[in-house]
Design a binder for this molecule. Structure first.
Ligand code: UDP
Length: 327
């Protein structure tokens, strides 16, 4: 069985990726420092605790497991926090990824699948965001991810490390079988925060800004189901194994929803009211991020199956009511 090293495999997206990899016949080995991840989320293969900044630990893990590829999810990923503490984002995301990429090359691991973000595009009014769009991030999170994309290009040129880069739009939902789900402490992402507000686990949702130039004044995002997203990663891995060239793919549905529209859908799915207040804008937020690309469909054959907003909220709600992790 082929081993894949999954950094961040104890986190939200990484744990779903491990499940998809196992189902596709791979052996996922999780590498995670458990700063934001949960050991209980590691259910589909072995666990190696370690930090991306620890090169000796990485070398030992590569030597022990001999992975045929790396899937790199481990990162700090909060836009607002990245504006308050940019050094942490550059150190953890960029220096950490550089250390990982160097370790992969040194170990002779040929393939690298990287979790990037639509935040690398930044604020671009009336522009269709496809993979050829300019990358003009407006927050430190997006800037850190763009830098890692550049590192990957340089390392391919120098050492032949082939890569697939996925630029995610907003990931939502949970494993419909309830084995893994989204669980951040503290939680800042819209759908889980909103579900917390609905069932009284927090006072209410604060809408971060109602004066954006959108039809209802709130930010618009393109939501994609975590299970569809990780399916694309398995396709990306196969793409590399088939010897195809390094490639960038957007992962979104092409449909945008405002914060208020997400609230409306949540009300319908849960049949409960969403307590909320209107607050100021959050630093670093773009007005609208919606994918304008069909590349993942046409080239990878990727078809999202569960990415309607109602399905994503229903899966997140089921997980929210039944699933959680503890330290
Ligand atoms: N948002 C909000 N209140 C919250 C959390 C998020 O209004 O408590 C908004 C946020 O400003 C953005 C959208 O919801 O417009 C999605 O934010 P999230 O943090 O989920 O993802 P991001 O787009 O920042 O990666």
């Amino acid at each position: 069985m082929k081993t894949v090293l999954v950094t961040g495999g104890a986190g939200y997206i990484g744990s779903h990726a491990c499940k998809a990899l196992k189902a596709a016949g791979y052996h996922p080995v999780t590498f995670d420092n458990l700063v934001t991840g949960w050991q209980q989320a590691v259910k589909f293969g072995p666990f190696e605790q370690g930090d991306l900044l620890d090169r000796a630990r990485l070398d030992a893990v590569f030597a022990a497991h001999q992975p045929v590829a790396v899937m790199h999810f481990a990162a700090l990923s909060q836009v607002g926090e990245s504006m308050q503490d940019p050094g942490r984002y550059w150190r953890n995301n960029v220096t950490g990824s550089l250390t990982l990429i160097e370790a992969a090359v040194a170990a002779g691991c040929p393939h690298f699948v990287f979790s990037s973000t639509c935040a690398t595009y930044g604020e671009q009014d009336n522009v269709v965001l496809d993979e050829e769009s300019a990358q003009l991030p407006i927050n430190a999170y997006g800037a850190s991810k763009r830098a890692i994309e550049e590192i990957l290009r340089d390392f391919e040129a120098a050492f032949g490390l082939r890569h697939v880069i996925f630029r995610y739009f907003n990931v939502a939902g949970a494993d419909p079988q309830g084995e893994v789900g989204e669980f951040h402490r503290p939680e800042t992402h819209l759908i889980p925060v909103l579900l917390d507000a609905i069932d009284g686990k927090r006072d209410g949702l604060t809408i971060h800004g109602t004066d954006y130039e959108t039809p209802d004044g709130t930010c618009i995002r393109d939501y994609v189901h975590v299970c569809d997203l990780v399916d694309a990663h398995v396709l990306g891995l196969k793409w590399l194994e088939e010897g195809k060239a390094s490639r960038v793919f957007n992962l979104g549905t092409g449909q945008g929803f405002s914060v208020r529209e997400v609230m409306d859908h949540s009300r319908t799915v849960t049949n409960r009211e969403v307590p909320f207040t209107e607050g100021p804008r959050r630093e670093g937020d773009c007005t609208k991020l919606v994918s304008g690309s069909t590349r993942a469909a046409t080239e990878l054959g990727w078809q999202p199956h569960r990415s309607t907003l109602s399905d994503m909220i229903a899966d997140a709600w089921r997980w929210h009511q039944n699933g959680h992790y503890d330290r």
